[in-house]
Design a protein around this ligand. Sequence first.
Ligand code: PEP
Ligand code: MG
Length: 580
Amino acid sequence: MNEFKGISVSPGIAMGKVFLLKEEKYSIPKYAIQTKEIKAEIDRFSGAIENAIGEIKRLQEKSASEMGESEKQLLDSHISMLSDEEFTGDIEKKVNESKMNVEWILLQVIEELTKKINESSDEYIRARSLDIHDVSRRVMRHLLLRERVSLSDLSEEVILVAHNLLPSDAIGMNKKMVRGIAIDLGSKTSHTAIIARSFNIPSVMGLSEISQQASAGDDIIIDGNRGVVIVQPSAEVKIAYHTNLVKWHRHEKKLEELKKLKAETRDGKAIALSANIEVAEEVDAVIKHGADGIGLFRSEFLFMRSPSVPTEEEQYRTYKYVLERMKGKTVTIRTLDLGGEKMVPGLKFEAEDNPILGWRAVRYCLAKPDVFKTQLRAMLRASIHGNLEIMFPMISGIEELLKVLDVLDMVKHELKKEKTEFRKDIPVGAMIEVPSAALTSEIIAKKVDFFSIGTNDLIQYTIAVDRSNEKIAYLYEPFHPGVLRLIKMIIDNAHEAGIPVSMCGEMAGDPHAAVVLLGLHLDQFSMSSFSIPEIKNIIRNVSFSEAEEVGKAILKMKFSQEIDEYVRDWMEARLAVVTY
Ligand code: PEP
Ligand code: MG
């Protein structure tokens, strides 16, 4: 028996036999051509491009009924890459200049492009090199006239094991037969991961060498909940996992049923459960998990994934798409929260001694009014397509908020002058994630329509513990009495001013914090869509009055551990149903 630890990219448990997808290896020929052969070589390349586009279009038609918006967009993006005249023109130019065969030139161009992308510090952009590999492999296959292994023909249930799984393979594979996926490469944000999640296929990626350690036909277990893969499990492990699998199916069925139900406590208090998204493609998962809206759209990812700063038009199209897809449900778009660990290829950030305490979020936006105003224009223009809320990150005090609101007013004024339409009643909120804002939330609350508590940062700044430093991770404690007191203060001050409070930090999706937050009178929880059914389940199984008692009790406690144990015991006594 061999156990491998990777990254859990899609939850669930799957057991079965390994289907090993072998890497297709091509020998790329390298030879010189004569001037008179250049035209024929370029024609050969155009033919391969045409065939590749035709193949993708056929895949689109074949899988049309089961494809979500993100898969459609992915295949469209592959067609756009192949139709991009800059890309094809560059290859033709190089064939002309170097008089080398087109396969060789294609290989050089792709290697150069991939190298550039892989140098990016942003995981999302690096994950796009897989799409380039996917598209170029398709063209190369047509140039070399090679047949391809098709995963659409799978006729029995398998666990797919591969070194790498290209996004178009993931779209084209027979999803009814693929029960689980384990691959050596891959990351949470790769398209293959997004597809696995949207088809609910338990998957673990980033396993390094699973494709070498597993053989076709081996027994294998994919534990997408723990990010673990077990090859040739022992009889005891198999039995334990069979039990887990039955529990998991029961849990999933229950969650599926929950989708249609309201997030309402036993004594009838309704709570809004919204989703956090980083990219527009996640909207499919948001809808699938029955979210009441989008409580946090981290708009900076739009900037981080694109090689240049997105134009107003590009931003407008993305916001419009999300607003339209959410069909009138609230979409809270957060203005750029760049800086710190989030950098953008097209915008210059100088190295800082303390970037987390540095030129971030609204601090950056106020210093770069062009970037800020362009984003606000795009948001305001998109507002007519749905139910938009605008939210400002890292507000540290009232002066900063007033400056930001002035810029918003300026942009509204400009749009009015141009007679460009936008909604006049867009709610505006402040993220409360800096202790000084929490301590002055009474003042800030009078100037906004809602608060959203960013616990990821609020905890790091309150306890002075870097949220990404492993060495001090034990100090990163959502149940620290100091953090809980601040949360209580923020909520009370907001309610005093008559505005609602959401929470969009990870704490909102933590099952162990749900009852505490409910008891502290939080109005809205915003989290990764996958956590929504579980939090809903908890809310539906407790009464608000009981949760209020928990809220009061924990505020009297002195130690984080004491609070943690109290909440765990309380949950275990009432909510055995949450653990699958
Ligand atoms: C937070 O700080 O809790 C938050 C939601 O923002 P981010 O994680 O993007 O900093
Ligand atoms: Mg934050």
